[in-house]
Design a protein around this ligand. Structure first.
Ligand code: SF4
Length: 332
């Protein structure tokens, strides 16, 4: 990472709810890999956030954190260019969260769109917890404690960033200007469908993991939903409503014209189409698989990398927390 103070700071995190999948790669991590060249980037594995929903079963968390770290490095994040750390290694995040929780009206949290939608999405679990409601306050602490200039987000995350700014603004109003307000770095990435046509997500069990073997990738792609009106090969297809075609656009851009033409003319069968797609996806993931195989040989190096990342992050987080506490009158 450059120490060039003129570089703007970027902050983003990802939850360790299992292995990273293609949706994470296309929707976030590939962008992070580009951002690390241009900004002072801090990327964290949001294990405390994972506990807001996985509080009743955290046995897998330790391994998931390591696997996500391996996924991030395999996908191209470079600890020489950015800081990668585990959120819970820094108690400053939790403390900042507590301080922000004192000034955040509950009504602000209740009207965050993802609060209700996630509750509906995650069935069979009691999410009426204090931690789940306060998720955006922790997120505000994650961002503001680094005085981040930018936060890369998709459209669905915009209300969270706005809330972060609201909390920062309210703090500054009460206690004086401590927190610069971050801007969103809006990136219009396509939302990758999962194998069932819904948004790719671990909780829908429809994801293709970066670490899936070629055989598993082939198998998962073979089950993907296509144009539902197309029953036999002789039926003309509608690629615009086919998830397989969405994948072609991303993983085999130069092939999409041919696929579209052949599908519309009923010259291409869905089984063969999926087999072809699987080969493109396997090829796309080949460098990631190679890097992963190397990293898995020395898992202790991942722990060292995360510890080093936490040390670097702590320098900034501890300083901001000190400043915030002093502004609040908490220090002698
Ligand atoms: S041929 Fe390919 S693009 Fe067309 S409906 Fe079948 S899977 Fe989708």
């Amino acid at each position: 990472m450059s120490n060039d103070k003129l570089r703007k700071r970027v902050l983003s995190g990802i939850q360790p709810t299992g292995r990273l999948h293609l949706g994470n790669l296309i929707g976030a991590v590939e962008n992070w890999v580009k951002l690390q060249e241009k900004y002072d980037c801090f990327f964290f594995i949001a294990d405390l956030h994972a506990l807001t929903t996985a509080y009743d079963d955290s046995k897998a968390l330790k391994n998931d954190i390591k696997q996500v770290a391996i996924d991030l490095l395999s996908a191209g994040l470079d600890p020489g260019k950015c800081v990668i750390f585990r959120q819970s290694d820094l108690s400053e995040h939790a403390e900042m969260h507590l301080l922000f929780s004192m000034i955040t009206p509950v009504s602000w949290l209740e009207r965050v769109p993802t609060y209700k939608s996630k509750m509906d999405e995650i069935k069979g679990k009691d999410l009426s917890t204090y931690g789940f409601l306060g998720y955006p306050v922790l997120q505000a602490a994650d961002i503001l404690i680094y005085k981040a200039d930018f936060v890369p987000v998709g459209h669905d995350q915009l209300p969270h960033i706005e809330l972060t700014r609201e909390i920062g603004r309210r703090f500054n109003y009460f206690y004086g200007d401590v927190f610069p307000l971050p801007k969103d770095l809006l990136t219009d990435f396509p939302t990758l469908p999962g194998t069932d046509g819904r948004k790719m997500s671990k909780s829908y069990n429809n994801a293709i993991a970066l670490s899936d073997s070629p055989a598993v990738i082939e198998q998962k792609i073979s089950t993907m939903v296509t144009d539902p009106a197309r029953v036999k090969k002789e039926d003309k297809g509608h690629p615009a409503i086919c998830s397989v075609f969405e994948f072609f656009k991303i993983f085999a851009g130069n092939k999409k014209g041919t696929v579209e033409k052949e599908c519309k003319a009923a010259e291409r069968g869905c089984v063969a189409c999926k087999k072809e797609l699987a080969q493109y996806v396997i090829k796309y993931l080949e460098p990631i698989h190679q890097k992963r195989a190397e990293l898995e040989k020395s898992p202790e190096a991942i722990d060292v990398m995360l510890t080093e990342g936490a040390k670097k992050a702590k320098i900034i987080a501890a300083e901001t927390l000190f400043e915030a506490k002093r502004a609040m009158g908490l220090l002698l």
